[in-house]
Design a protein around this ligand. Structure first.
Ligand code: BGC
Length: 752
């Protein structure tokens, strides 16, 4: 065993023994958590116990009494127990796509598989918070039944750049959609009696050198974009905990920023839980972190305990700051299943969770292209299924957001289960392959002769630690993939047959150069364990697609405004020079620091305002039916509230659901503003042909405000606004105007 750990265990053992004999007093006189008032429990704690509670316990393999600690192998982290005060250990499992624990344990045949739910981007693509809430409830149930107390989810950093390796864990380029989806996820998970940790607070928008990168961001972009989703989720859904990010913002580590963690998070937004660090493997300024309002150090090192104790002793940290942190921790611990001695089963209902997964994934699939009604497939079609992803689907991404599922339904299986016949030679060919297979024109022509339609899956994965690259095989297609699409398209079209492309990806890829080769394009993202069934439902028309994009799909990578301020160029090098694998250098652009030079012009705010062409706009997604919008109106209510209504009618021949996006265009004021911004959305129920539904979307004048960084105020200009009822940011169907009579301002407490 590692000498360091040995020493720490000995020290920890000593500290517990010393406490129990030296300071506890008689067992029946010790105030117990949940029985005695909190203040009394805190007063009974030694300085070392308080410090220990604020430092995670994952470094130790064993409890002090010698029993094996890793009761839940694969768990991301735990807090420390103080048995004499009735304080239990609590367990923090990763998310956000499901519970992330090891599926097998020593000494038992029992398995501990978890449900891989659709990735976050896919859930947001459903624009259906109720479905996300149900997924959250299933995740919460699974976490609780596996003995966990807090799920390290949702993750809501913005899709500032399509190459961020963790975008699949995040929802959108838009903070409003992000905040609403996160609120639903938090409510769902917490409805099961377990907590959430909303992460990574804030501006963790690149993986490259994420632990040391200094994000340099204007106050306006911070408030309107990078903090906004957190603000909405904290105000609406009250997460039990928040995870501060690794990075710095404008020169200060987020975990050491009192303006961020106290003034903004608690005093402005009313957060009442505790903040934990991300899994910082190096020791930062622990006293500064606690003073800032970051209560828990994860995963936890003995040096941090020692540092807290020393800081109090030498006056760098006040005991009142320490006590406040302990109190915030205990207020959450008291709510956990462990504290309530919940008897978890280790047998969550994976079958019912698979069913929920399937339902949610069905609404998150996006139909990007459908020329001449290529889809749904005709009954009885024989499908030639190309591409590794058709037989080996990526259910999710990698890293801490990965989930150990027992089985993922592949596309070939999903189609077969729906009675669709697939080409068996192709299946045999791909089953023995390890990478994408070059497809020649002759081979594709043979397949075109004996099947009715081609289906080609392009797949991508990404994850924590590394960003994606704007090179072949990642943002751009590989030559093998381009040749495959061209040859199959040509072979099938020359016989009057069609080609459907399925995009099994967690992030955006280039589509503009090749989409003309496809007769239909379906985007099921990384759809979780039921992926093959979900995709088959959409392809066969059993389910009418109703998902819409939560980010812009650009024509070229360099069209994205942040591209020059992101780690990778086309060769995989940093924009400055030399491979990014070079040692960390704080003075190196995009490595040591990243300039958010694009300010608020992220995603559609940039493309729509400046008229830059895109491959697919934000909010875009097709259906097998058509919808018309009518009777738009906006009515002012009390206290600066507004209600927008519009009637949606299914004018096509199939039943389906439509997402209505409400954008607001502000009158010209002192500040430059995006042409339009998302301020609300609603989704219809399943509308039968000819059926209508009137949707209501509420917002307030505060939602319309822009942030003035000179006066540090949210400002809502007076004047005439346009409410735009849209099917995508570029497809406005109806509009109605409304007036804000008087300008309104709201001062904030600090700048970052
Ligand atoms: C990730 C977090 C995760 C934590 C625990 C970190 O590296 O950034 O998202 O929750 O590890 O696994």
């Amino acid at each position: 065993m590692d000498m360091r750990i040995e020493v720490k265990k000995a020290l920890a053992g000593f500290f517990v023994t010393a406490c129990v004999t030296g300071c506890a007093g008689r067992e029946d006189m010790v105030p117990k958590l949940g029985e005695a008032p909190l203040k009394k429990v805190i007063a009974a704690m030694t300085l070392e116990e308080k410090a220990g509670l604020l430092v995670g316990d994952h470094e130790f393999d064993y409890y002090k009494d010698g029993s094996v600690k890793d009761e839940i192998p694969g768990i991301a982290g735990t807090t420390k127990a103080i048995p004499r005060l009735g304080i239990p250990v609590t367990y923090h499992t990763d998310g956000p796509a499901g519970v992330n624990i090891s599926p097998r344990r020593d000494g038992t045949e029992q398995t501990y598989f978890c449900t891989a739910f659709p990735v976050a981007t896919m859930l947001a693509s459903s624009w259906n918070p109720e479905l996300t809430r149900q997924i959250g409830a299933a995740i919460g149930d699974e976490a609780r039944e596996y003995g966990c107390d807090i799920v390290l989810a949702p993750a809501i950093n913005l899709h500032r750049n399509p190459l961020c390796g963790r975008n699949f864990e995040y929802y959108s380029e838009d903070p409003f959609l992000t905040g609403k989806t996160a609120s639903a996820m938090i409510s769902g998970i917490q409805s099961q009696g377990v907590g959430t940790s909303l992460k990574h607070f804030a501006a963790n928008n690149q993986e490259t050198f994420r632990r040391e990168n200094n994000a340099i961001i204007s106050q306006r972009a911070l408030r309107e974009l990078y903090l906004k989703g957190f603000e909405i989720a904290v105000r609406e859904a009250h997460p039990w905990t928040i995870m501060s990010s690794y990075n710095l913002i404008n020169g200060t580590y987020t975990s050491e920023s009192r303006p961020l963690l106290t003034d903004i998070l608690r005093d402005e937004w009313g957060f009442d839980g505790f903040v934990m660090t991300d899994w910082t493997r190096m020791i930062r300024n622990t006293a500064a972190q606690i003073h800032a309002g970051n209560e828990l150090m994860m995963p936890g090192f003995q040096e941090q305990i020692d540092d807290i104790v020393a800081s109090v002793r030498d006056g760098r940290l006040s005991e009142s700051d320490l006590d406040l942190s302990v109190e915030r921790m205990l207020k959450v611990i008291i709510r956990t299943p462990r504290f309530k001695r919940y008897e978890f089963s280790d047998k969550p209902d994976l079958a019912s969770h698979a069913a929920i997964t399937h339902a949610a994934a069905n609404e998150g699939v996006i139909l990007l292209r459908n020329e001449e009604g290529t889809l749904p497939l005709n009954g009885g079609s024989k499908v030639a299924l190309f591409g590794m992803g058709s037989y080996d689907l990526f259910a999710g991404g990698v890293g801490s957001g990965e989930v150990n599922a027992e089985k993922v339904v592949n596309i070939d299986e999903g189609l077969t289960d729906e009675g669709i016949s697939i080409d068996q030679d192709l299946k045999a060919l791909y089953s023995s392959a390890s990478g994408e297979i070059p497809i020649s024109l002759e081979y594709a022509s043979r397949k075109a002769s004996d099947s009715d339609i081609a289906l080609v899956t392009i797949r991508r994965t990404a994850g924590e630690y590394v960003d994606r690259r704007a090179i072949e095989g990642d943002f751009y297609l590989t030559q093998t993939e381009k040749d495959m699409l061209r040859n199959i398209s040509e072979a099938f079209r020359s016989k009057g047959k069609k080609m459907v492309v399925v995009l099994n990806t967690g992030g955006v890829i280039e589509t503009a150069s090749w989409k003309g080769l496809a007769d239909a394009i379906v985007l099921p993202w990384q759809p979780g364990v039921e992926g093959g069934h979900t995709i088959a439902d959409i392809l066969t028309g059993k389910v009418n697609p109703s998902g819409k994009l939560t980010m812009t799909w650009p024509v070229e990578y360099m069209d994205i405004p942040s591209s020059k301020n992101f780690p990778y160029d086309f060769e995989g090098n940093s924009w400055i020079k030399g491979p990014v694998r070079d040692a960390f250098d704080p003075g190196k652009r995009n490595i040591g620091f990243t300039m958010y030079e694009e300010g608020i012009w992220v995603g559609y705010r940039h493309f729509t305002t400046f008229g830059v062409p895109v491959s697919y706009p934000f909010g875009f997604g097709m259906s097998y039916t058509d919808f018309s919008y009518s009777s738009p109106s906006v009515k002012a209510g009390k206290n600066g509230s507004y209600t927008a209504t519009v009637t949606v009618t299914n004018t096509g021949s199939r039943s389906g659901k439509e997402v209505v996006e409400l954008y607001v265009a502000a009158p010209r004021g002192a500040m430059e503003k995006p042409l339009r911004e998302l301020k609300g959305f609603a989704k219809t129920k399943e509308l039968a042909p000819g059926e209508s539904e009137t949707l209501s979307i509420s917002f307030t004048s505060y939602d319309l405000a822009s942030f003035d960084e000179d006066s540090l105020e949210w400002v809502t200009d007076a004047g005439e606004y346009q409410a735009l009822f849209a099917s995508s940011v570029e497809d406005i169907r109806q509009s109605a105007s409304f007036r804000v009579k008087r300008p309104q301002t709201k001062k904030v407490l600090v700048k970052l």
